[in-house]
Ligand binder design. Structure first.
Ligand SMILES: [Mn+2]
Length: 245
């Protein structure tokens, strides 16, 4: 039902012909430049990669599941321009839906004609999309599938020159009984969840076994995410293992 796209931090949901990516952090290179690190603009690479994905999957809808842009407050003029250009280019080819992430401050002002979904998310049929730094809305917990981002999930391993963090997908479930209690509802959906990795390659990624990672989202912090059922996959779709090592 939910397919990882080999080699890409993206999923495709065949039933609703929808491609999902997240955490592009457009404009991150501007911040790096301020600290003296010169990296060419990634904008054209992003546009090309997304177009490749659309072509590969024949998707009709693209969901950007939060953190389209990087600078939380007072984004640089260049960042705003990059965001506008990205959206303009992508919307030529596909129906684009954007969920607001914690880095998307001012996004409504940058894209005044675009509907931006709240961080609590939105549903398409049985699929709910939310960024992950805030609780999903009550309508989402009636979905069978939830798609989250925000964690920049990775697995840290040692190599010759130190440590590297490799992007991963996490598939699991939310604990129904806890959701029933929290949302004061009688019936939930199946509440399967997939956490997708960040699109931006300049971001290091956060080790999923670290304390930091578990502090990032209320569903992790409040023990609603079921670690015992979690399966971890590499970008190539290889099952790396269960949560418990
Ligand atoms: Mn985020």
């Amino acid at each position: 039902m939910i397919k990882m796209i080999k080699g890409y931090p993206a999923i495709f949901i065949k039933k609703i012909k929808t491609l999902v990516i997240s955490d592009l952090h457009i404009g991150y290179e501007i911040e790096l430049l301020k600290s003296g690190i010169h990296i060419p603009s990634q904008l054209n690479f992003f546009i090309q990669e997304v177009k490749n994905l659309i072509e590969k999957t024949k998707a009709k809808t693209l969901v950007i599941n939060g953190d389209l842009k990087h600078k939380i407050i007072n984004p640089y003029r260049k960042e705003k321009r990059m965001v506008v250009e990205f959206v303009k280019e992508i919307e030529k080819t596909i129906d684009l839906k954007i969920v607001k992430g914690n880095h998307d401050g001012n996004l409504e002002k940058i894209l005044p004609n675009k509907k931006i979904y709240s961080p609590k998310g939105f549903c398409m049929e049985n699929f709910g999309f939310f960024h992950g730094h805030a609780w999903p809305s009550p309508s989402l917990v009636k979905c069978d599938w939830l798609i989250m981002a925000h964690l920049h999930p990775g697995i840290k391993y040692k190599e010759n020159f130190g440590y590297k963090v490799e992007k991963v997908f996490i598939f699991s479930k939310l604990k129904k009984e806890k959701i029933v209690e929290k949302y004061k509802i009688e019936k939930t959906g199946k509440l399967k969840i997939v956490i997708i990795p960040h699109f931006n390659n300049l971001l290091t990624g956060i080790d999923i076994f670290s304390k930091e990672s578990k502090e990032l989202s209320p569903i992790m912090k409040e023990n609603i995410f079921d670690y015992s059922k979690a399966k971890i996959y590499s970008l190539n779709g290889i099952l790396l293992g269960n949560w418990k090592k």
